[in-house]
Design a protein around this ligand. Structure first.
Ligand code: PBG
Length: 327
């Protein structure tokens, strides 16, 4: 065949042609908005390293949750910033702990119009900042931590959470939490396994957002960034343990892992566009070095194209507004 008889450009000729032949879509229902709530805050507190994001007060949290429902978002993912921390993160399990109260507040505000999700991990609640409790040698004790996760899950279910995000990367955490919920008759609460969560520099701004006290790193429990096969292994393990959804995190530097998991997983696969991904785009856009709206949109489209069924992104509300404009 004489070239260029094959002319792929025909399908790029007009906006209508491009719209009709688009192979990836993003809708508000596929977006989950992560939100921070700070114990004792009377007003929202800006997060310097995440321009545009705040630590919410109880009131502002309710308002933004209502906006999320109004915008048709798929869900909100709640993180608590407690006033007091201790060695075992005990506030995580108290019904009036900051996160459990926030769950109840948001459920009271939006009901089941959006999926109300809670971070199930100890790192915001421990004084040492690790995602689990420590043994006598100061190492993160996997199986002792599972007992805390089981109690935390029951407290979050009691507060009304629809879906629990297991982000601690302890072995067996999905099975442990599933059995705790089932034994308590809470077969209705869904579990998101942060299956392939890598030890990433891109969580940097999040550590400011939750006022993390961590010294050192999380490399003894989060995945090594060099390991592709292990991401898939972790995802399949979470599915076996009963995860309803599995996640890959961060997103942008791990799209290969996301594509692998998406190809193999029998359950929905989500990706978390983390704080550092947000901060990089915001910083470059603030300098005028990239077009903010186009860069944000393209980054989320890329994550969807790689195979994510839904995306956790700090831009969820703004992106939903743009999608409405463009529709
Ligand atoms: C742990 C947790 C972290 C994030 C979500 N859950 C931080 C960590 O593992 O250090 C990071 C999210 C982000 O960077 O946006 N509970």
């Amino acid at each position: 065949m004489p070239f260029p008889a094959v002319r792929p450009r025909r399908l790029r000729s007009t906006p209508a042609m491009r719209r009709l032949t688009a192979q990836t879509t993003v809708t508000p229902a596929q977006l989950v908005l992560p939100l921070f709530v700070r114990e004792g805050a009377t007003d929202p507190v800006p997060i310097t390293s995440m321009p545009g994001q705040v630590q919410h007060s109880r009131d502002s949290l309710r308002r933004v949750a209502a906006q999320a429902a109004e915008a048709g978002l798929g869900g909100v993912m709640l993180f608590g910033v407690p006033a007091e921390r201790d060695a075992t993160g005990s506030a995580a399990c108290e019904p009036d702990g900051v996160l459990n109260r926030a769950i109840a507040d948001v459920v009271a505000e939006v009901g089941d119009a959006v999926v109300v999700q809670a971070d199930l991990c100890l790192d915001e609640f421990t004084d040492h900042g690790h995602c689990g409790v420590l043994d006598a040698q100061g190492r993160v004790d996997n199986d002792a931590t599972l007992e805390h996760y089981r109690r935390m899950a029951l407290a979050q279910a009691e507060a009304g959470a629809h879906l629990l995000g297991l982000s601690g990367m302890m072995d067996g955490q999905v099975a442990a939490v599933r059995s705790a919920l089932d034994d308590a008759g809470r077969t209705d609460v869904a579990l998101l396994g942060y299956a392939a969560k890598y030890a990433s520099a891109f969580y940097g701004p999040f550590r400011e957002a939750v006022e993390s006290t961590l010294v050192g790193d999380r490399r003894s429990y989060q995945l090594d960034p060099t390991n592709r096969r292990e991401g898939l292994r972790e995802a399949l393990l979470d599915v076996e343990e009963g995860a309803d959804v599995v996640m890959v995190k961060p997103a942008m530097s791990y799209l290969d892992v996301l594509a692998d998991v998406a190809a193999a997983s029998p359950v929905p696969v989500w990706a978390y566009q983390v704080s550092g991904e947000y901060a990089m785009v915001e910083a470059a856009a603030a300098q005028g070095w990239i077009d903010r709206r186009r860069a944000v949109t393209e980054s989320v489209v890329g994550i969807r194209r790689a195979g994510a069924d839904a995306v956790l992104t700090y831009w969820a509300l703004e992106l939903a507004a743009w999608l409405r404009e463009d529709a």
